[in-house]
Design a protein around this ligand. Structure first.
Ligand code: ADP
Ligand code: G6P
Length: 355
């Protein structure tokens, strides 16, 4: 007796450059929905898809129309629209949104080739993550909510050095060169998508340490578009006010350089937004409850849920700063959005759709 439309997936887009925290974000998101995600069982071990009880996350690299060789021959990067099949992306996201299964290609990151497709069933929540979820207008219009992870050049560089130098043995020069080589296409095709995002998590060097370029302490902004259906922005203390808050003192342990929050209205690419900002890092994660209790509209189901989620994944990158905090909060907002959409379709109050 449940009508078909109730079962149709809610579609979320997550855009960012590679190595900018998309998979970490996805792990936080699926955890909010109550289950860890894993690759499809019995399928291609190089599949980029992650499936949990409620959520399927696909990686848009699977819509590369040119494989690694093809890109080399044509002299185009993976960021170039010419290396990607937006017609197929659109058709398949549309089919999933209509509740139909798809045979999605697989881009094999190990071989650089396109593998035989895998069958993807429509889930409750379908996330498309990658370089171009908001690039094509047709695909963009299918998204119920979109997020852009905006990592500033300095921070991207610091993260890449950490990972590629420490873990993969690349040289500083080669890391610099690969970032430089991507930059023109990144600026032309990836970065402009942030104007369409309903929420942007912007990661900048700290302002608490003069001339810092280590990228260890971060200033993170959660930029939330106003007037988005089923999305009620989070605020600090008093909705619509401009606030600067240094919570360090009796209730929060802060070592150098401390923690600073800010909140207020702003405009972003011509849209009204409200921005919550955190600069600095938590010393003790359990004390986050103090900060949580001063934030409103968090879409938590119980007091302390943000802190509990952060403690649960304390080992994920960014758990002691604004990246982890805001990713967790957006995860809760997506759960809320999902419940509102489902309740609306079923014609019942949101309570009925709780997951
Ligand atoms: P993506 O899926 O976009 O490629 P990942 O989530 O796998 O990105 O993160 C890639 C790497 O970037 C991590 O291994 C880590 O080194 C670094 N990283 C990601 N997010 C953060 C963060 N919030 N703080 C610090 N480093 C991070
Ligand atoms: C994927 C990633 C890109 C990366 C590419 C490597 O598509 O999403 O960010 O650049 O693989 O491509 P390459 O042509 O260097 O093998």
């Amino acid at each position: 007796q449940v009508s078909c439309s109730v079962d149709k997936p809610v579609v979320i887009g997550l855009a960012a450059d590679s190595g900018c925290g998309k998979s970490t974000f996805m792990r936080r998101l699926t955890s909010v929905f109550g289950g860890a995600a894993s690759p499809p069982k019995g399928g291609n071990p190089d599949s980029n898809t992650l499936i949990s009880d409620t959520t399927t996350v696909i990686c848009l690299d699977d819509y590369h129309s040119l494989d690694r060789n093809g890109r080399k021959e044509e002299g185009v990067t993976a960021l170039d629209p010419r290396a990607n099949n937006f017609d197929l992306m659109y058709e398949q996201v549309k089919a999933i949104k209509e509740g139909k299964a798809i045979e999605k290609p697989i881009y094999n990151h190990v071989t650089g080739l396109l593998d035989p497709p895998e069958l993807i069933q429509p889930p409750k929540i379908f996330v498309i993550e990658g370089l171009h979820p908001m690039f094509d207008e047709r695909v963009r219009d299918l998204l119920d909510f979109s997020i852009y992870l905006d990592i500033s050049d300095d921070v991207k560089f610091a993260w890449k050095i950490q990972r590629d130098m420490a873990e993969r043995g690349h040289s500083l020069e080669s890391i610099k060169a690969s970032i430089e080589a991507r930059k023109p296409d990144f600026d032309a095709f990836i970065d402009p998508q942030k104007q369409y995002a309903d929420a942007v998590i912007e990661v900048l060097p700290t302002q608490l340490i003069p001339d810092d370029n280590e990228g260890k302490v971060l200033r993170v902004k959660l930029i939330q578009k106003e007037g988005v259906k089923n999305f009620d922005p989070v605020y600090l203390f008093d909705e619509g006010s401009s606030i600067s808050w240094v919570p360090c003192g009796r209730k929060l342990t802060c070592s150098y350089p401390g923690i600073k929050f800010a909140y207020g209205p702003d405009t972003y690419y011509g849209h009204e937004v409200s921005v919550v900002e955190m600069d600095g890092a938590f010393d003790r994660l359990d004390e986050l409850i103090y900060v949580e209790s001063h934030l409103s509209n968090l879409s938590t189901k119980f007091y302390g849920e943000v802190t509990q989620q952060m403690l649960k994944h304390a080992d994920f990158p960014g758990s002691n700063n604004g990246t982890g905090l805001f990713q967790t909060i957006i995860g809760l907002k997506i759960r809320d959005l999902y419940e509102q959409i489902i309740a609306e379709r079923a014609g019942t109050p949101a309570e009925a759709a709780k997951v």
